[in-house]
Design a binder for this molecule. Structure first.
Ligand code: HAM
Length: 428
């Protein structure tokens, strides 16, 4: 009987070599665009104290209440795999007193997040985010700069069919009135609500807008709009963000129905939504201001704004261009025999010294088999070294794309392959 196999954890994906070039392009572009806006990389742990997420994100949210991977470590401390990156970034900002270094900190991150959700297309239990957090600026210009970064990133990658949705949740001055309006709207239907939603109605009615319950969803359709309850300061902030986006020619839709699944937002919230290609999980990115969180986690009052984008969803949108990104080696170097193998290995090393990528035949086999592999890998050139080539010091160099073959001195091989690479930097 065959030994039973162990499968990957449900909702957690392997990234295989065929997909890696696309991901490298996404990550490379993310780093480059982040740098254009002065954002520097931060790497925080994948595991944090559970209390950080409860306090930072909110215990009533689905993300914290239902979806976290939480466990007691061997010392009995409750830890959780991070479901998102903002809480950890804020903890790091506070823990390292970054406000004293420079109150304005602009950070970006790339890495895995974990949520125990029902897996489907675009929704996984481990997923990767590109995110950025900007600390220390309350001015609407910061909101506009951050949104411009997000828009430039997707534009640079050539993703089309995205709509920027924009709203404001107001500030401490706006919140109580909006909260009351929501309570007035939902209270007459309290008897029809689940126990969880009744508790939300009492404790955090904004969360009702995020309920998965069909009754509540229908009621939420007619709920009052947050934009009607903005304080004058929040209204002015929102209007200035809109004017700033207009000035940059960035299109948006004001959409008070944006429901962010995390509790920390104040004022500006936004989402980048795909009009097709992602099915039910159409939100590619989300973000907004969280002006109270640094203080709530023990730091000085520090306004902040950030976003994150799901990279699997981005990869789904770009998948069509994926395989084309894979590049074969500059040289496929075939080998016939042990002696020639040593010569070939030396030649391969010299090619690599010049920065050329070389696939050297490691496993003995016939010429036909080796050439088939050179084709499959999409090599630029191929050459085979056997006893004859070693003795004569000459090899046949084949250009695979055209099938053209020419005989050159073995001693010139490195130079010829290197020169070809230099003409296009390996970007053929
Ligand atoms: P979020 O809206 O929870 O925000 O997630 C941002 C993005 O992560 C989503 O738009 C989606 O693309 C991706 N995402 C979320 N859950 C999953 C999943 N289960 N599978 C695949 N992709 C997923 C945040 O995480 C906030 N930290 C954003 C932020 C930063 N706000 C301020 N700063």
């Amino acid at each position: 009987m065959a030994t039973p196999r162990i499968a990957a954890v449900k909702g957690m994906n392997d990234l295989l070599p065929e997909q890696a070039p696309l991901w490298q392009k996404l990550e490379g572009t993310a780093r480059r665009i982040a740098a254009l806006y002065g954002f520097e990389e931060v790497r925080t742990p994948l595991v944090e104290s559970t209390s950080l997420f409860v306090r930072g994100i909110g215990g009533e949210t689905d993300v914290v209440g239902k979806e976290m991977y939480t466990f007691d470590d061997r010392g009995g401390e409750s830890l959780s795999l991070r479901p998102e990156g903002t809480a950890g970034a804020v903890r790091a900002y506070v823990e390292h007193s970054r406000h004293a270094v420079d109150p304005i900190q602009k950070w970006f991150y790339l890495g895995p997040m974990f949520r125990h959700e029902a897996p489907q297309k675009g929704r996984y239990r481990q997923f990767f985010q590109f995110g950025a957090e900007l600390f220390g600026v309350a001015e609407p210009r910061a909101d506009v700069d951050l949104i411009a970064l997000v828009v430039r990133f997707v534009r640079e990658l050539g993703v089309s069919g995205l709509v920027l949705h924009l709203s404001s949740l107001g500030d401490e001055e706006s919140r109580p009135a909006y909260r009351e309006a929501l309570v007035r709207h939902f209270s007459p239907h309290a008897a029809r609500l689940s126990e969880t939603d009744r508790r939300r109605l009492e404790k955090n009615p904004l969360r009702l807008l995020d309920s998965k319950d069909e009754t509540v969803k229908a009621l939420a359709e007619g709920a009052p709009s947050t934009l009607d309850y903005l304080s004058p300061a929040s209204r002015a902030h929102f209007d200035e963000v809109l004017r700033g986006l207009d000035a940059l020619g960035i299109d948006y839709e004001v959409d008070p129905k944006i429901v962010r699944g995390l509790d920390y937002y104040t004022r500006t919230t936004f989402e980048l939504v795909a009009t097709s290609g992602l099915g039910a999980q159409s939100t590619l990115a989300g973000g907004g201001r969280y002006d109270r969180m640094v203080e709530e986690l023990g730091g000085p009052a520090t306004p902040a704004i950030g976003f994150s984008m799901g990279l699997e969803r981005l990869a789904l949108l770009l998948e069509a261009s994926g395989p084309a990104l894979r590049r074969g080696p500059d040289l496929f170097l075939g080998v016939l025999g042990d002696e020639p193998g040593r010569t070939a290995q030396r030649v391969a090393e010299r090619c690599r010294d010049r920065g050329c990528t070389v696939e050297l035949t490691l496993k003995s086999g016939g010429v036909a088999k080796q050439m088939k592999r050179a084709d499959r890998l999409g090599a630029r050139f191929s050459a085979i070294i056997g006893d004859g080539e070693r003795a004569s010091g000459r090899v046949k160099l084949k250009t695979l794309a055209t099938g053209e073959e020419r005989e050159i001195a073995l001693a010139d091989l490195v130079e010829v392959v290197g020169a070809a690479r230099e003409t296009d930097g390996g970007q053929r």
